[in-house]
Design a protein around this ligand. Structure first.
Ligand code: UDX
Length: 437
């Protein structure tokens, strides 16, 4: 099939590359000429495991190409994917100007039947707005489909190739057939392709993300309570997660969820509820609790040092909002750095991928280190904000030798409390026993 993907952000790029890999001809469009040039030269503009291999292979085999010319890109395409940004506006609602802008333009330039697919996460009712925007100028038939993505950063290629499910929202049988043909190779192992109306598809995405954010937040509250009553959240998690109705995944407490999806989507769904006369009280609480949770490690730190953080130096492992990505959007580490600087402390940070991005925000206000132990050298304590694999099994002797004091505040529960106790560390984590020297 011939496919055009408009927008080469995270979602567009993964979508275009993976569709090319199943034999389709894909052309990706972006207004950023420099980025298009880089991609033409085989450069992947984001860090995502395996994407570079699949990307390079499909460019070489001439199934994946790039342009800034929307009209040329859609001329031959049977399907046009819109993977455009929907940033939160001041009030938390999704800004649809990019999506609707391109939709209007498409109306002018399409000359035969097209299936136009919303891939961006958009509020319920957007498919109808896109339909109206295209229809304003269109002289030919077209259908609108809502096809939300459920890609996790770090696993995007795997999630795209082997999805738990594919959700297709359309009221047109013709478009449904085209989408079924396109997705057949991805659901051949029996994973469902669920066809529904556009609005339900749009809401499915928000409901799924808001539910997962709520699940994490619930566990964060249980963890906070564990600390007060002396229970161990790891045990509670194991005891709960084995109930198949609950499930083992997404029960890991920490210093709050971040990233480009959960914070934005929870806010947008709450806002969309309000606009439609429904108050999502549960989501309002999720937002509050998560904001508080991002600073839970700093609160522990302040308590340990009796509020005297000024002049102290802290090593910070992990800046990305989660491992295997350089994405720092809504990363708890950023909120922590801000608080530490406000309190007059120094920060020596290390992250395997995200340091360049953080330089763009904090510049030389913090120090960026080349490796784990450079950051801990002469630091008063170590703080951990992201669970990169490389942090999981450090050389504790080296660590103890480089830190001024053997003190660790772990926001991701990486180590066994017993082990750290035996090694003589002061070790505080989330929802588990506080180990003191
Ligand atoms: C998420 C959804 O999983 C994906 O389906 C959607 O399309 C986009 O948003 P992503 O943002 O890449 O994907 O990250 P994910 O791996 O889901 O983690 C989100 C956040 O939750 C991270 O900050 C992570 O640290 C946190 N998290 C996750 C927890 O704190 N505990 C958990 O048990 C799981």
């Amino acid at each position: 099939m011939k496919i055009a993907v408009v927008g080469t952000g995270y979602v567009g790029l993964v979508t275009g590359t993976c569709f090319a890999d199943t034999g389709n001809d894909v052309i990706c469009v972006d207004i950023d000429a420099k980025k298009v040039e880089r991609m033409k030269n085989g450069e992947v503009p984001i860090y995502e495991p395996y994407l570079d291999t699949v990307f390079e292979r499909n460019i070489r085999q001439e199934r994946l190409s790039f342009t800034t010319d929307l009209k040329a890109a859609v001329a031959d395409a049977e399907i046009i994917f819109l993977a455009l940004p929907t940033p939160p506006g001041e009030d938390g609602s999704a800004d649809l100007s990019y999506v609707l802008g391109v939709a209007e333009e498409l109306g002018h330039i399409i000359t035969d039947y097209k299936v136009i697919v919303d891939k961006s996460t958009v509020p319920v009712g957007t498919a109808e707005l896109v339909r109206q925007a295209v229809a304003k100028n269109a002289k030919v038939d077209f259908d609108i489909v809502s096809n939300p993505e459920f890609l996790r950063e770090g696993f995007a290629v795997e999630d795209f190739m082997k999805p738990d499910r594919v959700v297709i929202g359309t009221s047109s049988d013709r478009a449904a057939k085209v989408m079924e043909d396109l997705y057949k190779p991805f659901v051949r192992q029996g994973n469902p392709l669920i066809i529904m109306d556009e609005k339900s598809a749009e809401l499915t995405k928000y409901a799924a993300n808001a539910f997962l954010a709520t699940k994490i937040t619930f566990m964060n509250e249980i963890a906070n309570f564990c600390e007060l009553v002396g229970a161990d959240v790891d045990m509670v998690r194991a005891g709960m997660g084995t109930d198949t109705r609950i499930g083992k995944r997404f029960l890991f407490p920490g210093i709050g969820y971040g990233g480009s999806c959960f914070p934005k989507d929870v806010q947008a769904l709450a806002k969309s509820g309000a606009e439609n006369g429904y108050r999502f009280e549960i989501l309002e609480s999720v937002l509050d609790v998560n904001n508080r949770q991002k600073l839970s490690l700093i609160r522990k730190l302040k308590e340990y040092y009796n509020d005297a953080l000024s002049g102290k130096t802290f090593a910070l492992w992990g800046l990305a909002f989660k491992p295997d990505t350089d994405d720092i959007r809504e990363a708890p580490a950023l909120y922590m750095i801000e608080e530490l600087l406000k309190a007059g402390a120094k920060v020596k940070a290390f992250d395997p991928e995200a340091m360049e991005n953080v330089k763009g925000i904090f510049g030389d206000k913090i120090e960026y280190c080349d490796n784990l132990y450079d950051s801990t050298k002469d630091a008063d304590a170590l703080l951990i904000a992201t669970e990169w694999s490389v942090f999981r099994n450090p050389n504790f002797t080296k660590l103890a030798g480089s830190l001024k004091e053997k003190v660790i505040f772990d926001g991701r529960n990486l180590f066994e409390t017993k082990k750290l106790k035996d090694l003589g560390f002061h070790y505080e984590s989330i929802g588990r026993e506080k180990v003191t020297k």
